[in-house]
Ligand binder design. Structure first.
Ligand SMILES: Cc1cc2nc3c(=O)[nH]c(=O)nc-3n(C[C@H](O)[C@H](O)[C@H](O)COP(=O)(O)OP(=O)(O)OC[C@H]3O[C@@H](n4cnc5c(N)ncnc54)[C@H](O)[C@@H]3O)c2cc1C
Length: 442
C-alpha cells in the first residue's frame, strides 16, 4: 500500500523525476533523500522582473535574511556557513562579464535527515503537535475554519491553528480537498528548476582545476562554486534566473560513488549499510588523493571524472505547468519549455565566452547538441503567497486567505522559484510563519 494518501498522474509531465522519486514519508519527509545543499537567496531572487512580466514577491528580503540566521542556529551551521547565509561572505563579481560567483554550502551527511536532526525537539515541543506517520485524508472545514482532520489515527487531533507542511503535492492535494474556498489559485504556478547539461570540458591542468573550481572546505564545511547571471545580464538577454556550475561524473565502478550511495542509505535510515567491506580496497587506493585534496582544503575530484557545464534554470510559473486534483489523484502538468532551454543555451554561450577557462585548467571539449535536461526535484508553487486573495492561496504571513485557522508552509507557497535550491528559504519562511502565530516551537 502506498504511504501517500494520493496518487500522482504524470501522463502530462513527461520525464518528471520529482513526482516519483522526491517523496519521503513521515518526519523528515524528503530530507531522507535530499542533498542538503543550502542556497541562501539574494534580494534579486525575490524582486520584480519587468522583462518577464513578474511583479516580485510580497515578502520583505530583510525578514528572510533574519530568519536565515535563525535557521542557521537551529541547524547548528558552522561559522563560515553562517557568514554565507547572513550575506557576510560577499559574492565576488566578475565585473563587466555579467555573472557573479556565489557559493552554496552543504549539510554534513550526519545532519541531512532533518527528521533525525530536529525530530526529537519537534516531537517534545509543547506548543505544537507534529502529526506524522498518519495519513490525513482531508481537512474538514466549517464556517471558514478547520474543525478536524479526517484520516486513520487523526480523529482525536484538535488544534486552534493548523500548519500544513505536506510538501508541494501533499499541500495542493489537501488544499483542494479543503473546498473551493481558494478559487482557482490552488495548483497554479507549479514549477521546478531545470538542470541542463550543455557542454563537456576537458581538464588540461588538474592542479589548476582543483585549485580554482573544485568544491572547497572551510574547516569541515563544504562550499561549491556557482556562477549566477546578474540582474543586468538577465534583463538584457530577457532571461529567468540562471547559473552555471561544474558537474563531475564519476564512472559507475568508482568506489567514491559507491561510498556516497552507502552514505545515502545511512541518511535514509539503513542501520547496517551493505557492501562496505568490498569497498575498502578501492577506497584505500583513493585515500592518498582524498587526503591530499583535504590538505589543500578541496574536495577530491579523481582524474577519471568527466566534467560538464550544467546550467540551472529557474522555471517560470507559466500556464503550461500546473497541479490539479481529481479525487485522490494529483494530476501534474509539467514540461521543460522552449524558453527554459533557450535560457540554458544563451547563458552557456555568454558564460563560456566570458569565463577564463584557461586559468582553471579547462578547455571546452564539445558543446552538447542535445543537452541533457532534468528536473531537480524542487517541487514549488501551487499554493503561492500574495497579499491579493485573487492572486494567491496564502497571505505573505503564509496564512490561508479564506480558512482562518490554517497556515501553509514549504516551497508550495513560492510565487517564483529563485535560482536554485529552495529548502533553506522555505525553512526560514516556515519559522517566521510559526513564530508570528505562536511565538515559536518551544
Ligand atoms: C534527491 C533529492 C535531492 C534534493 N536536494 C536538495 C538540496 O540539495 N537542496 C534543497 O534545497 N532541496 C533539495 N531537494 C528538495 C527538498 O528535499 C525539498 O524541497 C524539501 O524536502 C521539501 O520539504 P517539505 O517539508 O516542504 O516537504 P516534504 O519533504 O515532501 O515532506 C512532506 C511530508 O508530508 C507527508 N505527507 C504528505 N501528504 C500527507 C498527508 N495527507 N498526510 C500525512 N502526511 C502527508 C509526506 O509523506 C512527507 O513526509 C531534494 C530533493 C530530492 C528528492
Amino acid at each position: 500500500m502506498s504511504p501517500y494518501p494520493y496518487d500522482v498522474d504524470v501522463r502530462e509531465a513527461p520525464g518528471y523525476r520529482g513526482a516519483a522519486e522526491a517523496l519521503g514519508f513521515g518526519l523528515g519527509g524528503t530530507t531522507q533523500l535530499w542533498g542538503g545543499q543550502l542556497w541562501p537567496w539574494v534580494p534579486s531572487e525575490l524582486g520584480p522582473r519587468p522583462w518577464l512580466g513578474l511583479a516580485g514577491w510580497d515578502y520583505d528580503f530583510a525578514d528572510l535574511q533574519r530568519d536565515y540566521g535563525r535557521l542557521a542556529d537551529i541547524l547548528e551551521l558552522s561559522r563560515p556557513q553562517r557568514a554565507l547565509v547572513s550575506g557576510g561572505a560577499t559574492a565576488s563579481t566578475h565585473s563587466g562579464l555579467g555573472y557573479e560567483l556565489r557559493e552554496s554550502t552543504w549539510l554534513s551527511w550526519r545532519q541531512r535527515n532533518l527528521g533525525k536532526t530536529l525530530g526529537r525537539e519537534l516531537v517534545n515541543a509543547k506548543a505544537v503537535s507534529v502529526l506524522t506517520g498518519h495519513q490525513v485524508r482531508s481537512l474538514h472545514v466549517e464556517n471558514g475554519a478547520v474543525t478536524r482532520l479526517v484520516g486513520p489515527g487523526c480523529e482525536d487531533v484538535a488544534a486552534e491553528h493548523y500548519f500544513l507542511a505536506a510538501g508541494t503535492l501533499g499541500n495542493v492535494a489537501l488544499l483542494h480537498e479543503a473546498g473551493s474556498a481558494a478559487g482557482g489559485a490552488v495548483g497554479t504556478g507549479f514549477m521546478d528548476h531545470l538542470s541542463v547539461r550543455t557542454a563537456e570540458l576537458e581538464v588540461v591542468d588538474w592542479d589548476a582545476y582543483r585549485e580554482h573550481e573544485a568544491p572547497r572546505y572551510d574547516g569541515s564545511s563544504l562550499f561549491t562554486k556557482r556562477y549566477a547571471a546578474q540582474r543586468e545580464l538577465q534583463e538584457s538577454l530577457r532571461l529567468p534566473g540562471v547559473l552555471a556550475q561544474w558537474e563531475t561524473e564519476l564512472p559507475a565502478h568508482s568506489p567514491l560513488l559507491q561510498a556516497r550511495e552507502l552514505l545515502r542509505g545511512r541518511q535514509r535510515g539503513d542501520k547496517r549499510p551493505k557492501g562496505l567491506g568490498s569497498l575498502i580496497p578501492g577506497l584505500t587506493s583513493e585515500l592518498r588523493g582524498v587526503i591530499g585534496a583535504r590538505l589543500r582544503r578541496r574536495r577530491y575530484v579523481p582524474e577519471e571524472a568527466r566534467i560538464y557545464l550544467s546550467v540551472n534554470v529557474e522555471q517560470l510559473p507559466t500556464e503550461g505547468k500546473r497541479l490539479s486534483v481529481d479525487g485522490r489523484t494529483v494530476r501534474m502538468k509539467w514540461l521543460a519549455e522552449e524558453a527554459d532551454l533557450n535560457a540554458a543555451e544563451v547563458f552557456t554561450e555568454a558564460f563560456l565566452d566570458a569565463y577564463d577557462l584557461e586559468r582553471s585548467g579547462l578547455r571546452v571539449k564539445r558543446v552538447l547538441e542535445d543537452p541533457v535536461v532534468n528536473d531537480t526535484y524542487h517541487l514549488m508553487g501551487g499554493a503561492r503567497l500574495s497579499s491579493d486573495p485573487a492572486a494567491g492561496v496564502v497571505t505573505p504571513e503564509l496564512r490561508h486567505h479564506q480558512i482562518r485557522n490554517l497556515s501553509v508552509v514549504g516551497a508550495s507557497v513560492f510565487p517564483t522559484g529563485g535560482l536554485a535550491n529552495p529548502t533553506f528559504t522555505a525553512g526560514a519562511m516556515s519559522l517566521a510563519a510559526v513564530d508570528s502565530f505562536i511565538g515559536g516551537f518551544a
